[in-house]
Every structure is written in C-alpha cells, then in structure tokens.
Design a protein around this ligand. Structure first.
Ligand code: HEM
Length: 434
C-alpha cells in the first residue's frame, strides 16, 4: 500500500528554514520524520533523501523520467535558456556543447593561468593585515572563468566582468531564489528591482562580448558556441547565448572560490594535515608539473574531504515527469525529488566521525557516486566537476607552500547561504604571518 512521505506541514516556515540553514533543517527533518522526508519549496512538494540506495535510484533514472527542479522560480533568475533550467532534448544538446571545454586537454591548458592568478592575487596579502580568504579565491576563480568563457585576458577587463557578476550575486536575495511572489518589482527597496538592474548590466556586458567574438573569434567557449548550428543550420540566438554564458560564469566561479576558502579554514585548524600536504607538494620541487600536482593522492584526498564536510550546494533536485515507486511511497509526476548531499556526507555509517576533517579517509578508497555527491550525479552532474577539482589543486599547490598563514579567531565559521550555494560566514578570515 502506498504511503505519503512525511514532513513538516507549514510550508512557509519549512521554506524559510531551508533558505536559512538547509543543513540544520535537513538533519532535523531526518531525526523527526526519517528518510525520505518531504516539504514544500517554491510551490512544489520536494522529497529529500540522504540514503545511498535512494541516491542510486535518482541518479540512474531514465533522463526523460525527470526534468529540472524549480523552473517556476529559477527560470526568472537564471534565464529560461540556462542549462540548469532546460530539460529533455534541449538539455542533452546543450550539455554536449558545453561539457568538452571543461575536460581533457582544454581543461589542462588552464593550469598556468590558475597558478599565475593565484600568485598575483596572493602577492597583495600584507603581513599582519587580516583579509578574507574567500575574497582572494573569488578573484582567482573569476579571472579563470572569465578567461575560459569570454577569452578575456586583460586584467582590467577581467575585473570589469568580475565586478558585474559579483553585483548580480550580491543582489540575489534568497527570497527571490525560492519564491515566485518575491520576483516582482514593488519599488526601489524590493530585492527584485536591485537584482533585475544588476542582471540587466551583466546581460549588456555579455552582449558586448558576443558582438566582439562574432567579429573576432578566438579560442574560448563563447567562440565555440557562436560556431554551433542546429539541423536547419540555425545559430544560437542572443538570448540563448546570454543565459548559457551567465550560467557558466555564475556556476563556475563562486562554488570553486568557496571550496578553496573552506580548504584553508580546515587546513589551518589541522596542523598535521597541513604539514603532510606541504611535504607532499615540496617533494615535487619548485614549480611542479601540472599533471604531477593533479595526481597527488593526499592533495586529492584533502579536496574530497573539503567538499564532503560542507557541500557547497545542499542538494541535487529533479522534478518527476513519470510516477516513481520509492520504497512504500508512490510519487506522482510534478513531485520534486532530491539527494540531500550533507545528509549523505554526514552519515556515520559511510564516514565514521563525520564532522572531523580527516582527508585520510579518502586515501586508497574508491568513492561510490551514490555516497559522495558534491557535484550531484546522473545526467545533470556538474559539467565543471573535473575543472573545479583541477583549479582547487593548482591553486592550493601555489598558496599552501608559498605562504605562512594563520586564522583570525578560533571559532570555526558556520556555512551561510550566499544564493543557491552556501559558504563560510566570514569568508574565512586569515592573516599572513611572514
Ligand atoms: C567546487 C566547485 C563546484 C561545485 C561544488 C559544483 C556543484 C554542482 C552541483 C551540485 C550541481 C547540480 C548537479 C545535479 O543536479 O546533479 C552542479 C551543476 C552545474 N555546474 Fe557545478 N559545481 C562546481 C563548479 C562548477 C564549475 C567550475 C562549472 C563551470 C563550468 C560548473 C557548472 C555547472 C553547470 C553548468 C551545472 C548544471 C548542469 C546541468 O544541469 O546539466 N560548476 N554543480
């Protein structure tokens, strides 16, 4: 007999708790209702699980049995042509186009750019002057993604692209991300007015980059997208290009910047781990080969452990377009279903002593794609996963050996919501000791 999935009844409070502290909210729901549990978000019922077996069900489903989640409220923010919003044949086409530039030789060609940006931005750190590590790592990741997507090389132009994106992200109030009602211009003080103005400026900048690359193609993702034709020989329209490009810029920089900031928060609290990582990097000698760095086992384990502890996106959601039998529960089309990443990552059966930073747990372990999901999974798995790991490793290979850093304060920062992603409350305050 089919049973409905239990969960909190008062929809506005549940949505608010999810927006403010999704990790705490998910853990509390699991304790009270078990796994899976359900709540209402953006007008949709969303079933959440942290069980690897259910993650397997979700990530191995026929791609046509689901569509993207939250198109009602996310479409207006990310654009209706964003890869995160589109589904079905359109999603398959766009992924085929956008995935290769973030893999293989093209990805590796960014090694020198990442290291050079990390060195230059770290050179601005002054001895005994506290700074936000996330501000530095954001400057690095913005430069890298602006270069990959638009082919922008001039530092001043990179800074312009960066400022325009940061303005959009800063204007992304959680309310407008999860509520269609809040996506209305009700006057100068409403979040939507501020967001729409910032997005319009970012769109104008993107259109200028499109015009430039039409006149003068180069070796960047925008030029690749301009060359694409469908079966009827049609090119992508400007509004499609703008949504896809802005999605890559958003999805591709803040997430990686947060991961790097968390890395320092954990590493500087764990001297033995820091020393072991430094020794592993030092053994490669000065300015090591990019591939040798990417293959270092302890560095790889450190990156995995950082992404496990506070996953930057709290869940990987879909919307069912076909009914799904999930254990005793029959879920109807239109229901949302999500893997709650932190629930999975903090399951003590999979990760003993789950709140402790211990990279060793990943050494010699082949992680299952249903037990470790910082990049989601299945046919919507993050297209930038390999790129993000590569960027983390190359940046850490520069920043860890070359600087003597200390944390400001002893209390570990809590994750707070930035927009769709969550990061350390204070951006990780650090000081250069020498
Ligand atoms: C540490 C860094 C990153 C993390 C933790 C992260 C995490 C994620 C997650 C959880 C998803 C949803 C997957 C799902 O629903 O199954 C996703 C999707 C996506 N990510 Fe990332 N990401 C990171 C870096 C990047 C980078 C560097 C790019 C640059 C291209 C990128 C582009 C995207 C795109 C375009 C999608 C949508 C994929 C789709 O719907 O088909 N991400 N990411």
């Amino acid at each position: 007999m089919s049973r409905s999935v239990p969960g909190p009844r008062f929809a506005p409070l549940a949505a608010y708790r999810f927006a403010v502290d999704p990790y705490g909210f998910f853990a509390a729901c699991k304790r009270r209702y078990g796994d899976p549990f359900a709540f209402h978000l953006g007008g949709q019922r969303l079933v959440v699980t942290g069980e690897p077996e259910l993650a397997r069900v979700l990530f191995t489903m026929d791609p046509d049995a689901t569509r993207s989640f939250g198109t009602n409220h996310l479409g207006a923010v990310l654009g209706d042509n964003s890869l995160i919003v589109v589904s079905g044949a359109r999603h398959r086409r766009d992924r085929k186009l956008l995935t290769p530039p973030f893999h293989g030789a093209r990805m590796r060609s960014y090694g020198a750019i990442i290291r050079e940006a990390a060195r230059r931005h770290a050179a601005a750190w002054k001895v005994n002057e506290p700074f936000s590590m996330q501000r530095t790592t954001q400057a690095i990741s913005l430069e890298v993604i602006a270069r990959a997507v638009f082919g922008v090389t001039d530092p001043e132009e990179c800074a312009q692209v960066g400022a325009s994106l940061v303005a959009v992200i800063d204007a992304l109030h959680p309310l407008i991300l999860f509520s269609r009602q809040a996506q209305r211009d009700l006057g100068p003080l409403t979040p939507w007015r501020r967001f729409a103005a910032a997005r319009a400026r970012a769109e104008a900048l993107t259109l200028r980059q499109i015009a430039r690359r039409r006149a003068e193609p180069a070796d960047d993702i925008l030029s690749l997208m301009l060359a694409v034709r469908d079966e009827e020989g049609r090119a992508l329209a400007d509004d499609e290009l703008v949504d896809e490009l802005l999605t890559l810029l958003f999805a591709g920089h803040e997430t990686t910047a947060i991961a790097l900031a968390w890395a320092f928060s954990w590493l500087l609290r764990a001297p033995a781990v820091f020393a072991r990582l430094r020794a592993e990097l030092a053994a490669l000698g000065p300015d090591p080969d990019f591939e040798a760095v990417a293959a270092l086992p302890y560095l790889d384990a450190v990156c995995h452990e950082v992404l496990r502890l506070w996953p930057i996106l709290p869940m990987a959601p879909r919307t069912l377009v076909k009914p799904l039998q999930l254990g005793p529960h029959e879920l109807e089309p239109g229901t949302g279903i999500a893997v709650g990443t932190a629930l999975l990552h903090q399951n003590p059966d999979l990760y003993p002593d789950p709140h402790t930073f211990r990279p060793e747990r990943f050494l010699g372990r082949k992680v299952s794609p249903f037990e470790f999901t910082p990049f989601g999974g299945g046919h919507r798995r993050c297209i930038g996963a390999a790129f993000a790991l590569y960027e983390m490793k190359q940046a850490l290979a520069v920043l860890v050996p070359e600087h003597d850093l200390r944390l400001v304060g002893t209390t570990p920062p809590r994750p707070v919501r930035r927009n769709l992603s969550l990061g350390p409350a204070d951006g990780v305050l650090v000081v250069r000791a020498g």
